[in-house]
Write a protein that binds this ligand. Structure first.
Ligand code: NAP
Ligand code: GLV
Length: 331
């Protein structure tokens, strides 16, 4: 009987997914809370045929050089900014990822942040816990901005952006979007309007970011863009921290160019305790939990496990980020 292929899993994931991988491989799981360093990761993949990674692992040429027998990279995420997919493709290595199972959960968090920032929920919760709620009601206190019937601007109309739009529809919002590719079928189905970025920034009451982090989208929203937004507008970022210039965002929130921000992602992550953003009341921050519902994470773990095992078995991955590797192989 042939020995099972060795795989390295860089973080503990749901047990059901680990059991599935274990049935099909000789599996090692990194046991610590802190991720392996790049050197440790290179050592661990040296004799592995597959690796299951997450957004904290750098999958680059040196790692792929170390894993000389690598046949599959399976990323437990939809974002691939930590993975050099082009380099994997050059080497004929398929890269798995997890679209299709987390968009709704992530949009739920996006909308929760949108609402919290608009209606000052984080700030008022801190105030109550501080023992400051000494007067039951005041007509002029805790005024926020309305959500219903306002304009929601989606930047990046992919899976999560579309789910955000669907949620906006439930609040009777006008929905405008800007994206690399126009989606006429979504425009027709959900009544969306395509606009250029300056129009979106000028007209949206809520600007919600859903683009991947790439060289083109790093600091996509900087000082110039923030200055084009309404003074009453809320910025939501559930994409990646560096899509927004954090220093410019601090100035915008501090000096009132925009009303508030809701962030599930920061630059860097974790946000340092002395980051100036944390001194502001008009920002609400969650610690990169977009997909962190029990159901979504369970589905992500199983999908990542299935991608990994398919790659080990030489079968097409269930969800492959670089399907062109199969064309190269067959030509
Ligand atoms: P997706 O379906 O691939 O959607 C991304 C959209 O952005 C696509 O419509 C894409 O256009 C568009 N886009 C790409 N580059 C652009 C550019 N330069 N300018 C304008 N639009 C651009 O991805 P998704 O599943 O919605 O996820 C989006 C991102 O969210 C991920 O990459 C990840 O970084 C982040 N995310 C965060 C969490 C969290 O926990 N906070 C969870 C999941 C994902 P095309 O249609 O032309 O490709
Ligand atoms: C999470 O951030 C993801 O990209 O899936």
């Amino acid at each position: 009987m042939n020995a099972k292929p060795r795989v390295f899993v860089t973080r503990r994931i749901m047990q059901e997914a680990l059991d599935f991988i274990d049935q099909h491989s000789d599996m090692e799981v990194w046991p610590d809370e802190e991720p392996p360093s790049p050197e440790e990761l290179r050592t661990k993949v040296a004799d592995a045929e597959g690796v299951l990674t997450n957004i904290m692992d750098r999958v680059d040429a040196p790692l792929l050089d170390a894993g000389t027998g690598m046949r599959v990279v399976s990323q437990l995420a939809v974002g691939l900014d930590n993975v050099d997919v082009a380099e994997a493709t050059r080497r004929g290595i398929p890269v798995g990822y997890t679209p299709g199972v987390l968009a709704k959960a992530t949009a739920d968090v996006g909308f929760a942040l949108l609402m919290s920032a608009a209606r000052r929920i984080g700030e008022s919760d801190r105030w109550v816990r501080d023992g400051q709620w000494t007067l039951a009601f005041h007509p002029l206190r805790w005024l926020g901005v309305d959500i219903h019937e306002k304009t929601l601007g989606i930047v990046g109309l992919g899976q999560i952006g579309l789910e955000m739009a669907r949620r906006g529809r439930g609040f009777d919002m006008r929905i405008i979007y800007h994206s690399r590719t126009r989606r006429p079928e979504a425009e027709a189905e959900y009544g969306l309007e395509y606009v250029d970025l300056p129009t979106l920034l000028a007209e949206a009451d809520f600007v919600s970011l859903h683009v991947p982090l790439t060289p083109e989208t790093r600091h996509y929203i900087g000082e110039a863009e923030l200055r084009q937004m309404k003074e009453t507008a809320v910025l939501v970022n559930v994409a990646r921290g560096p899509v927004v210039d954090a220093a410019a965002l601090y100035k915008a929130l501090k000096e009132g160019w925009i009303y508030a921000a809701g962030l599930d992602v920061t630059d860097p992550e974790p946000i340092p305790a002395d980051d100036p953003l944390l001194t502001l009341d008009n920002v609400v921050i969650s610690p990169h939990v977009g997909s962190a519902s029990l159901v979504s994470r369970g589905a992500m773990c199983m999908l990542a496990a299935r991608n990994l095992v398919a790659g080990l078995e030489g079968k097409p991955l269930v969800r492959c980020a670089n399907p062109e590797v199969y064309e190269t192989r067959s030509s």
